[in-house]
Design a protein around this ligand. Structure first.
Ligand code: SAH
Length: 274
């Protein structure tokens, strides 16, 4: 996701400055939500993660808990979504260089011009999809694998498609190393425009890159009662996050109800098919 793709370094810098300010005066600023954790205690110049892996893991769990509290304060209510974000270690899905910022509510670069979405957006989309534990879920745009891991915590079956092979390899590595095996998250390299017809229909489809129009094959693969959450529009002019609810079989417009949920800015949809 690239809500602040161009401005990410600046925003990260601002967030870091805010964290430094907190460090100095020990207080949280009103203007900046408490998403920035306190620094890890690094004794004698030794990296805390090296000195004590379990203590480092605990520290990250505390940071994660703070992030989840801040998302709840921003309006995320679904307890299953909040629990999923509490469970999945976001820091394991971001490149090492960005790990320190993993629990800020910011998108981060994952290389190849792509980003891991802002946690609020991951939570918002997961909540908007109204996922039930029996649902079969499809994600378009694996990226880091983080959203797929969150889906794996919420869905009975999770499928994810990534267009760029190098990104897919990294996303798959992240997922597998965190215990999300192929039975929990099935991954395919390809054009998500086409969906995953062999596994359709899906109760939930989340799209994490923005096409200019909703791909017809994704609508066709949505179960009756199913929800498609998708950013639509150009990156330049801004996009709307939309929810498409299938209320009847078939492809006529009357088979769907559409709502605009949020103004967003995602990375553009790649591939030939749109
Ligand atoms: N969900 C990801 C966000 C990744 S950014 C995460 O949690 O990290 C969006 C991703 O969508 C990028 O990796 C991009 O390569 C991928 N993408 C763009 N167009 C696509 C398409 N047509 N099919 C599949 N993936 C696509």
């Amino acid at each position: 996701m690239s809500v602040v793709l161009d401005r990410t370094p600046l925003l990260v810098a601002v967030a870091l400055l805010a964290a430094c300010a907190r460090r100095e005066d020990g207080r949280t600023r009103d203007a900046e939500p408490a998403t920035a954790p306190p620094p890890l205690p690094a004794a004698d110049g030794i990296d805390a993660a090296v000195a004590s892996p379990s203590r480092a893991a605990d520290e990250r769990a505390i940071e994660r808990e703070r992030l989840v509290s801040s998302l709840a304060a921003k309006g995320i209510r679904d307890p299953r979504v909040l629990a999923a974000l509490r469970t999945v270690p976001r820091h394991a899905f971001v490149p090492e260089a960005n790990r320190g910022q993993a629990y800020l509510d910011r998108p981060l670069s994952i290389g190849h011009g792509q980003t891991i979405s802002q946690p609020y957006i991951v939570a918002f989309m997961s909540e908007a999809a109204r996922i039930e534990a029996t649902d079969r879920c499809l994600e378009i745009g694996t990226g880091s694998g983080y959203q797929a891991a969150v889906l794996a915590e919420l869905c009975a079956e999770t499928y994810t498609i990534e267009y760029l092979p190098e990104v897919a390899a990294q996303g798959e590595k992240n997922l597998r190393s965190q215990g999300y095996g192929a039975a929990r998250v099935a991954l395919r390299v390809g054009d998500g425009y086409l969906g995953w017809p062999e596994r359709a229909p899906f109760q939930v489809i989340l799209v994490t890159a923005a096409p200019e129009r909703v791909p017809a094959p994704l609508l066709a693969q949505l179960a009756v009662g199913g929800r498609l959450i998708i950013p639509v529009g150009q990156q330049r002019t801004g996009q709307d996050l939309e929810r498409w609810l299938r209320v009847a079989p078939g492809s006529e417009p009357s088979a769907f109800r559409t709502e605009r949920l949020l103004a967003v800015r995602f990375v553009p949809f790649l591939g030939e098919g749109h």
